[in-house]
Design a protein around this ligand. Sequence first.
Ligand SMILES: [Zn+2]
Length: 452
Amino acid sequence: MSAINAVVDYEMPGLISDLQTLIRQPSVSAKKQGLVECANLVTQTMRKAGINSEVLYLDDKNIPPIVYGEVRSRANPRKTILFYNHYDVQPEEPIELWKHEPFSGTVDGNFIFGRGSADDKGELITRIKAVEYFLKKTGDVPCNVKFMVEGEEEVGSVHVEEYLTKYRNRLACDGVIWEFGYVDAKDRPIISLGMKGLLYVELIARGPVRDAHSSLAVLIENPAWRLVFALSTMRDQSGKILIKDWYKEVRAFTKDELDMISKEPFDDLEFKQEYGIRRFVRKAKGRDIKKALVGMPTCNIAGLNSGYTGEGAKTVLPAQAMVKIDFRLVPEMEPEKQLKRLKRHLKLHGFSDIEIKFIHGEAAARTNIRDPFVRQVQQAARETFGSTITSVSSAGTGPMHSFAKVLKAPCISIGSTYMFARIHSPNEFARIDLLNKTTKCIGRIMEKFASQ
Ligand SMILES: [Zn+2]
């Protein structure tokens, strides 16, 4: 048990009301709404908790600031844990589908509703409060604590690496607790040790200078067909990517990773029901499904657009066709290298006229299973929640690679977000019982981290 457990229980009303205050400050990064205000509010919340806190900027003051926080430990000043979180949220739309006002922080039984209640203000409050309760109870923290709270996570964390680089000395640490973590339907926290990377591009095929009468298809090449032909050279029906050298740097799973993947639960039937599908790509079964989620690169068409898509018929030959593609990457693939390979591929197949627009790229990251920090987090979570799940990598993408690269510290994701908490959707909520347990768990992680 953590030394702060009883304080967490006793102080829950304060935790809830501070979370409500954070939710009531809209901070939508997509609309640049309320960001500086929210950064200041987070700073105040931290100061009230006893954390030294300030707002830090890059040279360009129009870029949303980060909130930095710090408490030095008197008992153990040699080890430092860093909490990475974000104060920005997704847009609240569509508003009419919310049961309560999106920025109200309404409490209903075990639930707090509101945009950001789970992602990520709920997670942030569990970290701040764990530190506050140590200071309250013991007048000290088990190890040094730092916070980096950014304001652009929901728009791709575009400046995280610049912030990490500029403030690398202040942010130096021995372990990073990631901004979120899911808890499954059986109340087991999912400890995740990595994230996939991403290469996001747009391909544009151009035909005649304007849409033409489709009778002219005998003479004018149709850009939509051109794009379809180009796409069909990039991936086969089993999902295999046909671009030369695409998999060249992909690292095979280690034995430890395979063991861990085998132990991860996955309910095929429930998943298929949830998405209304009959079978998986490649007819994948058993452990192959989990291996794919953790470590298989993808070439996914995220959007496809050309010509007339309205009601009825319009016989038209479009001037342009566009596709948006996201490629998920795994260790050790580099987005810049993969982009070059894609360009070379289109050229070699006679599609050098197709324009490639680079949208976003970030590399994958994975913390070594043998890192002692992994065991400390697992033990703390087991003691707090009972059973836990450890995952080699989430199937999603985040800026974990930048942290690993600049700070050279292991990153582990664990948190309070119920799997079906409707994050990014109307009626997002946080579960109060999970906020309570996660605050205790964060406390226990700090104790284990300091003592081992
Ligand atoms: Zn989010």
